[in-house]
Each structure stands twice: as structure tokens, then as C-alpha cells.
Design a protein around this ligand. Structure first.
Ligand code: KIV
Ligand code: ZN
Length: 539
């Protein structure tokens, strides 16, 4: 790559020629079969309503998946209702229903309006003996008859040998060849308990491709953390479809994660899919909220830390060219880069952070801010953006220009007393008292503050967020508040301290002062920074 291309690149293109020479059957394009709404819904503790599934299907369609396995119509009336709704929806993806190799299951899929049927039956000895209580002959017969039945109704049929990777290779050969003859359009290979390795999967897919002509699909579980690697091994051996879920949700340890496989295919293998990768982060957040299962911070692609940098040396490199310490730019997957401030940070990172937000500070001030961050880092924690703003405010002396300050506070609470707060605020040097009660001491104090008339009129508390920063009864806590003025302007306030009530009040006051600064266009650093952040978000 030429020098100016590197400076503009979103990722450094991998040379895949050696890989292609070693894996001649590897396709150039892969179909994405998403099973977030079927295998994903089997995540322990997850139960989705048909409306939630409908909204998820819409999102998956806009993400660009080729097939949405929306559920299992034989299992409930809600599933049938969902398929009926989806069959009228304007969608490009095929809507697939799962069905056991049985006529009633397939009938349920057909009458619900699915336009694609995924039939499965177990083929491993352990499943046939203990679960199905069927002989190999019976299983083979059921498999063939079910595929014939789907095809007789004019729909595409995908067939899975459940527990394929632990089945007798000779038996699954018989089954896959027979269902292919019966008209199966896609042959799926499930690693049902995730007990394979990339090498065994590669060998197995090559072997299957040796005796069938239909395309092969991968369905890998993550019990050993190998689902993504195994899926990719299958693709190296010539598989043309991947069955995946957003965030890797699914039964037990989950399935191969859509975002990881798709990004690896695109950037490490040079294989395209229909996925609009810029929407991956949004899809991940949507599924995380709905399933109430959050990806771990260090999860690849969509984790909170996937594009976060702390170390000074790394941040320095990132500022020169982000690709020094990122495999690709976060915007490629709709993510954002985050610079975290800790003891390893250098002055250049602080300078860049201020510069990005249009905040001016002298070299001495930057050094002092960096010193404070390191001090906090040495005490065992990092500094978040809003706390950094507060540090900058205090280092540059802007905090002394606060127009609103807390003069006095008295809180009473107890088993026999209604929590009440009496406060005195100094507003432009005039002392204003207020007294209010509430559900607890914090609520009472915040109610009292809200009742004080400020130069901006009465301010409403829209959001309040409290986090403990350290452990123990003397723990530090941090509080974020969002205030709204009568004219609808909003401002975030932040404070950190050991007393929950006082820290909550300080966060409110910090927000009030920022709002006043913004109004007066005197340019509080905090409000500049918050505004710059808001603008960046809008962009
Ligand atoms: O893991 C599995 O075997 C399955 C089948 C239904 C394909 O999810
Ligand atoms: Zn599965």
C-alpha cells in the first residue's frame, strides 16, 4: 500500500493469496443464515414476545442477513403469530422455520407462512439411542420423507444431521446423500455440543464435499470457545453458508457470533457477505438490550473495549495513525474509539483530547491535568470523560467562577422521620434557602435543589445515575445527572465523592453551572466538551 493510501485506509488489506492457494475450495461469497431468533432464543433465561421477535427480524433484514431463522412454529401460538406477521412484512431475507423431521412440525411451519424450512434429526449414536430411541434405518427414513414433504410443498429445504460432528461419518454420509437425492437445497453441519476443533471440522467438511454437490452450511456451538474458529475452518474447506447469531447468543455457551465471523471473512479472508458491517454495533446493542445479555467488555468487534485505548504508547501511536493499534477503524462496524485515561497516559493524549473538543489549555495546565490522572490511576482506577472535565475545570481555575454553590446542607432521616433536606445555595452571591422531603435523603436533597429558582428558571432533574467507584463503607461514588431548563436545554453534571447525598448535590450544581456557562457563552470547559461530544454524536 502507498504511504498516502495507508494514512486514509480503514484497514490494512490482508494478502489472502497463500490462504487461497492452500484452500482452493474457499468461496468468494458467503450466505449468512441468522439464528438469533431461534437458537439465540434458547439462551438460558430468554423468552421473547412475538412483537420483540418481529422487531428483531426487521433489524436483521436491514443488517443484510440472507436467511432469518425466526423460530419454531410447532412450539407455540406466539411463534405461529410471528411467522404470519413476518410473511406479510416487506423483507428481503428468507424467513425460515425450524422443524423436527416430522409431518406435524413441517405442517406447522407451512401453515404459519414460512418460506424456507430447516428440518433436523439427530444422527449420533448417543442421541438416537437415548433421545430418539430410533434405529439408524428409522432416522434415515424420517430424514428423507421430511425433505420430500417440504419439497412437495414447493419450499426450499435445509437439512441438519443434529450432532453431526459426533456421528458415525459413514452414517451421516448415507443421510446427507439420501436427503440430497430427496431435494435438500442446503446441507447444514451442526457441531451441537461445540466439541470440535478447526482441524477436525476442516477435514470433515472436505470429506462431505467429496460426496455431495449441494452447498454446505456451518452451525458451530461455542462450548470450548471455538465456534468462530470452527466456522471459519468450515469455510476454508468450502462451506458456503454460516449459521450464526448476533453477539454469539444461543444454547449454553452460545453459537458462532455473526459479527466476528463476518468481519473475519471480510478482512482476513477477503470473502464478502451481504452484511452492512456499519450496522453491526447497533444490532449488537439491540440484541443485548432485548436479551438482557451483555457482551463482555473485551468481546471482539462489539465489546465496550474493542476500540478503547489506555496505554500512553498506544494512544500516541493511535494519534499518528489509528491502524498502528487497531486492526480496522471502529466506524467500519459502527463502533467508536474511546481513549481511557489512566496512569499510563501521557500529555499528548490529554492535549489531543482537549484539541478534539476545541478546548484551549496551557502546557502547564496540561501537565497538571496529566499528573492528576496519574495520581488517580495510582490509586487504582481510571478517569472517565466527565471526571476529566471536572479535573480540567479545577486545574484551570474555572471552578472558582461557579455562580451556584452549596452553602449549607442538613438532612434528617430515620425510622420515625420523613427524609427531609434543608439546603442553602449561593446563587450569584445571594443565599437562597429551600426545604423539601423525599423518598430518601438523596431524593429529598435533589427535590430541594430543584425547587431553587436559578437565573435559568427552575431546573428539572431528567436523569440520575449513581455508581460506586471503590468498595467498602467509605467507598467513593460518582454521580451523573442530566438537568433540563424550562426552555428545554439539557446539561450533564458530574461529581465524585465519599458522601452520596453531598456528591449528588454537587453533580446537580455542576450541571447548573455548566448550563449557566453555556448560556453566557463564557465557555466552561465542561460544557464545551459536552457540546463537542453531542455534536460528534450527531455527526
Ligand atoms: O445445535 C444444533 O444441533 C441445532 C440444530 C437444531 C441444527 O441447533
Ligand atoms: Zn444449535
Amino acid at each position: 500500500m502507498r504511504e498516502d493510501d495507508v494514512s486514509k485506509a480503514k484497514y490494512l488489506v490482508a494478502d489472502t493469496s497463500a490462504l487461497r492457494a492452500e484452500c482452493p475450495d474457499m468461496p468468494k461469497r458467503i450466505k449468512v443464515f441468522d439464528t438469533t431468533l431461534r437458537d439465540g432464543e434458547q439462551t438460558p433465561g430468554v423468552n421473547l414476545t412475538s412483537d420483540e421477535k418481529y422487531r428483531t427480524a426487521m433489524l436483521l433484514d436491514s443488517l443484510g442477513v440472507d436467511v432469518i431463522e425466526a423460530g419454531f412454529p410447532a412450539s407455540s401460538a406466539g411463534e405461529v403469530e410471528l411467522f404470519k406477521r413476518l410473511s406479510d412484512a416487506p423483507m428481503s431475507a428468507k424467513i425460515c422455520a425450524l422443524a423436527r423431521a416430522s409431518t406435524p412440525d413441517i405442517d406447522a411451519a407451512l401453515s404459519a407462512g414460512a418460506n424456507y424450512v430447516h428440518v433436523f434429526i439427530a444422527t449420533s449414536d448417543i442421541h438416537m439411542k437415548y433421545k430418539l430411541k430410533m434405529s439408524r434405518e428409522e432416522v434415515l427414513d424420517r430424514a428423507v420423507k421430511s425433505v420430500e414433504y417440504v419439497k412437495a410443498h414447493g419450499l426450499p429445504a435445509e437439512f441438519s444431521c443434529e450432532d453431526a460432528t459426533r456421528s458415525d461419518p459413514e452414517f451421516i454420509k448415507q443421510v446427507y446423500m439420501a436427503v440430497e437425492d430427496a431435494g435438500a437445497d442446503m446441507l447444514n453441519v451442526p457441531d451441537t455440543v461445540g466439541a470440535s476443533t478447526p482441524r477436525t471440522v476442516y477435514r470433515m467438511i472436505r470429506e462431505i464435499r467429496g460426496y455431495v454437490k449441494r452447498p454446505i452450511s456451518m452451525h458451530m456451538h461455542n462450548d470450548f470457545g471455538l465456534a468462530v474458529a470452527n466456522t471459519l475452518a468450515g469455510v476454508e474447506a468450502g462451506a458456503q453458508q454460516i449459521q450464526v447469531t448476533v453477539n454469539g447468543v444461543g444454547e449454553r455457551a452460545g453459537n458462532a457470533s455473526l459479527e466476528e465471523v463476518v468481519m473475519a471473512l471480510r478482512l482476513l479472508y477477503g470473502i464478502e457477505t451481504n452484511i452492512q458491517t456499519e450496522k453491526l454495533f447497533e444490532a449488537s446493542q439491540f440484541v443485548a438490550k432485548l436479551f438482557k445479555v451483555w457482551p463482555s467488555p473485551n468481546k471482539a468487534i462489539v465489546g465496550e473495549n474493542a476500540f478503547a485505548h489506555t496505554a500512553g504508547i498506544h494512544v500516541h501511536g493511535i494519534q499518528a495513525n489509528a491502524l498502528t493499534y487497531e486492526p480496522f477503524l471502529p466506524e467500519l462496524v459502527g463502533q467508536k474509539r474511546r481513549i481511557l485515561f489512566g496512569k499510563l497516559i501521557g500529555t499528548s493524549a490529554v492535549k489531543a483530547w482537549l484539541g478534539e473538543r476545541g478546548i484551549k489549555a496551557t502546557e502547564e495546565e496540561i501537565k497538571a491535568v496529566t499528573g492528576k490522572i496519574k495520581e488517580i490511576g495510582d490509586r487504582g482506577r481510571g478517569v472517565r470523560d466527565l471526571e476529566l472535565m471536572a479535573i480540567i475545570d479545577s486545574v484551570t481555575g474555572r471552578s472558582s467562577k461557579q455562580r451556584i454553590a452549596l452553602k449549607q446542607l442538613l438532612v434528617t432521616t430515620g425510622t420515625e422521620a420523613k427524609p427531609t433536606a434543608r439546603i442553602t445555595l449561593s446563587v450569584d452571591s445571594k443565599e437562597i434557602p429551600a426545604e423539601k422531603s423525599g423518598d430518601g435523603p438523596v431524593d429529598a436533597a435533589l427535590n430541594a435543589i430543584e425547587s431553587v429558582p436559578t437565573p435559568l428558571g427552575r431546573l428539572k432533574l431528567k436523569e440520575y445515575h449513581l455508581d460506586p467507584l471503590t468498595g467498602g463503607s467509605d467507598a467513593l461514588c460518582e454521580v451523573y445527572t442530566t438537568l433540563q431548563s424550562e426552555s428545554g436545554e439539557e446539561e450533564t453534571g458530574y461529581a465524585v465523592g465519599p458522601d452520596i447525598v453531598i456528591t449528588s448535590i454537587q453533580a446537580m450544581i455542576n450541571g447548573m453551572n455548566c448550563l449557566l456557562d453555556r448560556r453566557a457563552s463564557r465557555g466552561s470547559i465542561a460544557s464545551h466538551a459536552a457540546e463537542a461530544e453531542r455534536n460528534q454524536e450527531k455527526r
